[in-house]
Design a binder for this molecule. Structure first.
Ligand SMILES: [Zn+2]
Length: 411
């Protein structure tokens, strides 16, 4: 009897374990699928990005065949393809650290994201624990944010405040996609209000930066008195995704050929969305009201606290230098956690990158007004708080810091 039972189990187990299937055929999807072991419940992948389209650290898959409560493992290896850095092929793959957060993002519907348990790191891999729900499971490097999320953000904001929100298309990309954005301004605004420009995803893989932008917008339309003050007092532009092309194709963007978006801020930009942003910011500057430019990014794996990158202080006017110090101090007072700001900014310059003058913040310093504040916020992605909620909290706190910065002096 016992022998028969064991035989039955042995025969049954490969049959009861449903075949696992992995796909990437959707916006942002990316992986090279190395092996699917349905019996062992193990899937092995690498990031699927083309290094000519940026660092191959982003990955995003959909898994089917996992039963409710069933355990499985997603084993991730680094990309084997040689990567570009400082504008050249290095002949070596990218450090795998960029692709391996301590926990992956996971979702049952591709929209609402949570973290997996902590991954187990080996020398050439990390293994993330998965638990099935009976339906498909989406698993990614971090919470994805694609043009679908931009559309949702614009639709919600427009519905909440049709009087204030003006959606527009910043540009059509080189590959024919729309770069959508929101402008927030009260009807009949005189062209005197301070203009604030915030964009994310000049580097496509840095999905957390779009969630920071989303958190800022959610806060801006909240009932908070500071939010109300800011939306009445300033004209604000938000571009949740700059490099729409590489976000959609699941490529990294950073160090793409011929250069990436944040090395494109010259007089002759390669990317139409960079040209569009320059044109609009120049118009604000011509009206003397380009007050704030914020460029949102995610940093390196070991940067466990958010921080600001700024240009060399000696290139700023006295006014701009004082403004920047005041803003950075307000930001340190508001970005208090759980992702707490490192109050010490990092300064970019010639030793940071050969094309440092073509970084967006430097372009804004060179083309803005005497009082313009330009800074790049790097929000940590490799922590337990690097979730949609954690990123959105940073966005809210950034909004509070901006409101304090732009608030009129007390009478
Ligand atoms: Zn970046």
């Amino acid at each position: 009897m016992k022998a028969i039972l064991l035989l039955c189990l042995a025969l049954l187990s490969p049959i009861t374990a449903a075949e696992l299937r992995v796909s990437t055929g959707f916006d942002g999807g990316s992986a090279t699928i190395e092996a699917i072991d349905s019996a062992k419940r193990e899937i092995r992948i690498r990031p699927g990005g083309d290094p000519a389209r940026g660092w191959a650290c982003w990955w995003f898959v959909r898994i089917e065949g996992l039963g409710a409560g069933e355990q499985a493992t997603l084993v991730l290896h680094g990309s084997e393809r040689t990567t570009r850095n400082n504008g050249q092929d290095t002949g070596k793959p990218l450090s795998q650290d960029w692709a391996m957060p301590i926990a992956a993002a996971v979702s049952d519907d591709g929209k609402t994201w949570r973290q997996t348990g902590l991954g187990t790191r080996g020398t050439d891999r990390i293994s993330y624990p998965l638990e099935g729900t009976g339906g498909p499971l989406w698993v990614a490097w971090g919470p994805p944010f694609t043009p679908r999320e931009t559309d949702a953000l614009i639709a919600e904001a427009t519905q909440a405040r049709p009087d204030l929100v003006h959606p527009f298309t910043l540009a059509e990309t080189r590959e024919g996609r729309s770069v959508r954005a929101l402008r927030i301004a009260a009807a009949g605004d005189a062209k005197t209000k301070p203009a604030v420009w915030i964009h994310a995803r000049q580097h496509a893989w840095e999905s957390g930066s779009s969630w920071v932008a989303r958190g800022f917008v959610d806060w801006l339309f909240s009932d908070a008195a500071e939010a109300k003050g800011l939306r009445e007092q300033a004209e604000i532009v938000i571009v949740p995704i700059m490099d729409v092309d590489r976000v959609v194709t699941g490529d990294g963007g950073k160090e793409a050929a011929p250069h990436d978006h944040n090395r494109d801020w010259s007089d002759t930009p390669h990317y139409p969305e960079v040209a569009g942003a320059q044109q609009r910011m120049k118009a604000y500057a011509a009206e003397g009201r380009l007050a704030v430019f914020l460029d949102l990014h995610n940093p390196a794996s070991r940067d466990l606290r958010p921080f600001f990158f700024v240009g060399p202080p000696e290139l700023l006017s006295d006014t701009a230098r004082a403004n920047r110090e005041r803003f950075l101090s307000l930001a340190a007072g508001h970005l208090t956690g759980p992702l707490a700001l490192d109050p010490k900014p990092r300064v970019t310059g010639a030793n940071y990158h050969p094309l440092w003058r073509r970084i967006s913040g430097q372009w804004v310093n060179d083309h803005g007004n005497e009082h313009t504040l330009a800074a790049c916020l790097e929000t940590s992605w490799n922590t337990r708080h690097s979730t949609t909620d954690g990123y959105r909290t940073v966005g809210r706190q950034l909004g509070e810091a901006l409101a304090a910065y732009l608030a009129p002096p007390a009478p």
